[in-house]
Design a protein around this ligand. Structure first.
Ligand SMILES: Nc1ncnc2c1ncn2[C@@H]1O[C@H](COP(=O)(O)OP(=O)(O)OP(=O)(O)O)[C@@H](O)[C@H]1O
Length: 212
């Protein structure tokens, strides 16, 4: 279980600090909704380790995540517009999810498996800039698979997609979350994404998370 307890943070000049508490279970998607500027990205930045809380806890099972640097955290992040290296081939982008020490043969096998799992078999050699928005999100998910981190943070990951693609990528996120027992935290403005995916829901209002 991912447990966030009384996690406090204030941006410069912010009079009343945020105070975040919520739980996210393995194999489930936990949705965080809230108005623009309510602090959703701030919460994800705290979880990812890009911002430092002034108080409170972030625990994954029995591990305290707060002392860990972003690259040491058991966390992957997927954003709205994907951060692929556009000039690189699909397989090279996915391979970035593996440690540099991985042997060539092992890397080739695991990249192929991951592309297969996200429905991109046969796209290995295609340059990332020539992929569609949905295909790019699939590449990002394949990279996330190889990183094999138990917490997946999603910041409006479907916003740039057309309606049909959005539904397929949503289904893929749900399937992968279940299969790999990820603790997936979804930030979204979109009620239909939340409705389709969330097992638990929180509203971010006045700096606090309220269930429902
Ligand atoms: N580095 C910063 N310094 C000062 N204030 C900041 C900083 N980053 C964000 N803020 C402020 O903190 C508040 C929350 O921002 P945040 O990006 O977390 O909101 P959000 O809910 O993700 O918004 P949106 O849905 O529009 O992306 C906003 O008022 C924003 O202006």
């Amino acid at each position: 279980m991912l447990r966030v307890d009384a996690l406090a943070f204030a941006h410069p000049g912010q009079a009343v600090p945020y105070n975040f508490s919520f739980d996210a279970a393995p194999g489930e998607i936990t949705a965080i909704s809230g108005a623009s500027g309510s602090g959703k990205s701030t919460l994800l930045d705290l979880l990812a380790g890009f911002l430092h809380p002034i108080a409170g806890r972030i625990d994954l099972d029995d591990a305290d995540l707060r002392p860990l640097l972003p690259e040491e955290r058991p966390v992957s992040l997927l954003l709205q517009s994907e951060s692929l290296f556009e000039h690189l081939r699909t397989d090279k982008n996915v391979r970035l999810g593996l440690p540099a020490s991985t042997t060539r043969a092992d890397a080739d096998k695991r990249v192929a498996q991951a592309l297969d799992e996200v429905g991109l078999e046969g796209f290995e050699k295609q340059i990332a800039s020539t992929l569609s928005g949905g295909q790019k999100q699939r590449v990002a998910l394949a990279r996330t698979l190889l990183r094999d981190r138990p917490v997946l943070l999603l910041d409006e990951p479907f916003s740039a997609l057309d309606d049909d693609t959005r539904v397929t990528i949503r289904d893929l996120v749900r399937t992968l979350t279940l299969r790999h027992r990820w603790h997936t935290v979804l930030v979204s403005h979109h009620a239909d994404d939340v409705e389709a995916l969330a097992s638990r829901r929180y509203q971010l209002i006045d700096g606090r998370l309220q269930p429902g």
